[in-house]
Design a protein around this ligand. Structure first.
Ligand code: ATP
Length: 242
């Protein structure tokens, strides 16, 4: 694997008295797409929130692009180039596509070795997401779920991230959009962006991921090549929905 962009070591997290994550460790290499898989409630979203500094109660060590981000506030983590696309999308419904994109704008940045990260502009993003290109002035509230999902990813890219945490991009969107989303993820990978993807669907994960971690009850139960997981029906039956 290439040099790690993100290293999570022994992560724990709780909501009040309820512990959700236990000693979770994972790595995402530069340019890798890694799937974090598990059923509803396994802890995928909580893992992403903890990495982003959004869990009030968490412990463990998290390094991103050579920087220790454990305990840092979310805005500082975002400014280091860690993008987060939440499951609930958080599109501004009164703002247009272009205005939503503008909100995500951040300066260009570099990888730890000084290599410049991919820089995204509105023009590039409207090419990457042709559906959005057809409706630049449409308010977010008048878009379909799939279009909103694309807009959320595009807005995250406006921040020129080195790595994106992508929470369930295929959930609740039409099959055609799922296919577009898979192609987009592969284009982002080609551009040099690393991705940690939360997913329940093996078929979608298989289209885009290099490796996978399988989560149950807040613990990693299996990890390995995505192709191995796709062939391993027993693991899928035990920890995923098949
Ligand atoms: P999903 O696909 O449903 O989002 P997930 O794998 O992302 O599943 P999480 O959302 O991380 O799972 O949830 C893990 C556990 O944490 C679940 O048992 C859930 O009920 C609990 N949980 C999530 N959010 C809260 C909260 N705000 N307060 C208390 N418990 C929570």
């Amino acid at each position: 694997m290439s040099a790690p962009m993100l290293t999570v070591d022994n992560l724990g997290a709780s909501y009040g008295a309820a512990q959700i994550l236990y000693g979770l460790s994972l790595e995402v290499g530069r340019g890798e797409v890694v799937a974090l898989m598990g059923r509803n409630g396994a802890g995928k979203t909580t893992t992403m929130k903890a990495i982003m500094g959004l869990m009030a109660q968490s412990c463990g060590a998290i390094h991103f692009n050579g920087t220790d981000i454990s305990g840092k506030p979310p805005f500082e983590i975002a400014r280091l180039g860690l993008g987060f696309t939440p499951e609930d999308r958080r599109i501004f419904s009164d703002l247009t596509v272009m205005e939503n994109l503008d909100i995500g704008r951040q300066p260009p940045r570099q990888f730890a070795d000084g290599v410049p990260a991919p820089v995204w502009t509105e023009a590039k993003l409207l090419k990457l997401f042709p559906n959005l290109g057809e409706m630049p002035h449409r308010p977010g509230g008048r878009m379909s779920g799939g279009e909103q999902q694309m807009l959320t990813v595009a807005r995250t890219l406006m921040g020129n991230p080195l790595l994106i945490l992508l929470d369930e991009p295929s959930e609740g969107v039409a099959p055609l959009i799922v296919e577009l989303m898979a192609n987009t993820i592969l284009e982002l990978k080609n551009a040099g962006v690393s991705i940690l993807l939360s997913e329940q669907n093996v078929h979608f994960a298989e289209l885009v991921s290099d490796r996978a971690y399988v989560l149950e009850k807040g613990q990693i139960q299996w990890s390995g090549r995505m192709a191995e997981l796709a062939d391993n029906i027993e693991i899928q039956r035990a920890y995923l929905t098949v």
